[in-house]
Write a protein that binds this ligand. Structure first.
Ligand SMILES: [Zn+2]
Length: 259
């Protein structure tokens, strides 16, 4: 794990990358920022979490780090030890957690703790959509006050550029970096369920409404039809081994949602 603090004193904010080693965009964004001569108004901690998995180009070594919290510093599992160390490093900070995906090109935010703090953090990422995924337990942003952002397709330069912009927007909108930024009022989607199953081809579009009775996934001669209307989130053909992705409902503008 690589931890770099910029500025003196105790950090109130942290930027985390590479909980998943096969998602390099956040590490690129952090390296670019650290290589720049930008100065920060307050100390910020930057973390490249799973360096071993990043170097190997794999999602994880022993287990999914984003499902290993709170972790155990004595564990035989590399990611369980990392999880425990990460929570110690991030204690008391507000966190931006950078990811990438197989599901969608445009960046979107994810929150697991519903609070005024996390709603404000989501708006400081500048993205146009935010997903409340508190229905699915686990994840770093369920254990700290923070927002995760899916920055685009895994391994693409577009995702690295998005991550770079989102990192700077987050720092500027939180008053840490003197730079232009655009705060957003993202549309809130709330995860209501998971679609299980391996080997399905997803044939809908994420964040676009699936109507009741519509086919949204198929596998050989088998089809999945929507029992009720929903909005797909993180759905893809090859993003997960055991699930197609998540169903959600569209709540509306985050600023008008009840939290
Ligand atoms: Zn990830």
């Amino acid at each position: 794990m690589r931890v770099v603090q910029r500025g003196e004193g105790e950090s109130a904010y942290a930027v985390v990358a590479c909980l998943h080693g096969d998602e390099p965009c956040g590490a690129v964004a952090i390296e670019r920022f650290l290589a720049s001569d930008a100065s920060l108004a307050e100390p910020v901690t930057f973390v490249i979490a799973n360096e071993r998995a990043l170097d190997a180009g794999v999602r994880f070594v022993d287990e999914d780090l984003n499902r290993a919290f709170p972790g155990d510093s004595e564990s035989d599992s590399h990611e369980s030890r990392l999880a425990a160390r990460l929570l110690t490093e991030l204690d008391g900070t507000r966190v931006l957690d950078l990811h990438s995906t197989r599901s969608f090109a445009d960046p979107f935010a994810l929150v697991q703790r519903r609070s005024a703090v996390t709603a404000a953090l989501a708006a400081t990422t500048g993205v146009s959509r935010v997903v409340d995924i508190s229905a699915v337990p686990g994840g770093l942003v369920g254990h700290v006050d923070g927002v995760a952002v899916e920055c685009g397709y895994k391994g693409t330069e577009a995702a690295a550029e998005n991550a770079t912009r989102i990192l700077r927007t987050f720092l500027a909108a939180n008053g840490l970096l003197d730079a232009p930024f655009q705060r957003s009022d993202p549309t809130l989607f709330e995860v209501t369920g998971v679609v299980e199953g391996a080997g399905f081809e997803f044939c809908g579009r994420n964040f676009e409404r699936v109507t009741a009775g519509e086919v949204f996934a198929r596998r050989d001669d088998e089809v999945e039809r929507a029992a009720e209307p929903f909005y797909p989130v993180l759905m893809s053909t090859d993003g997960y081994d055991e699930i197609v992705g998540f169903q959600s409902r569209r709540v509306g503008p985050l600023s008008q949602a009840e939290w």
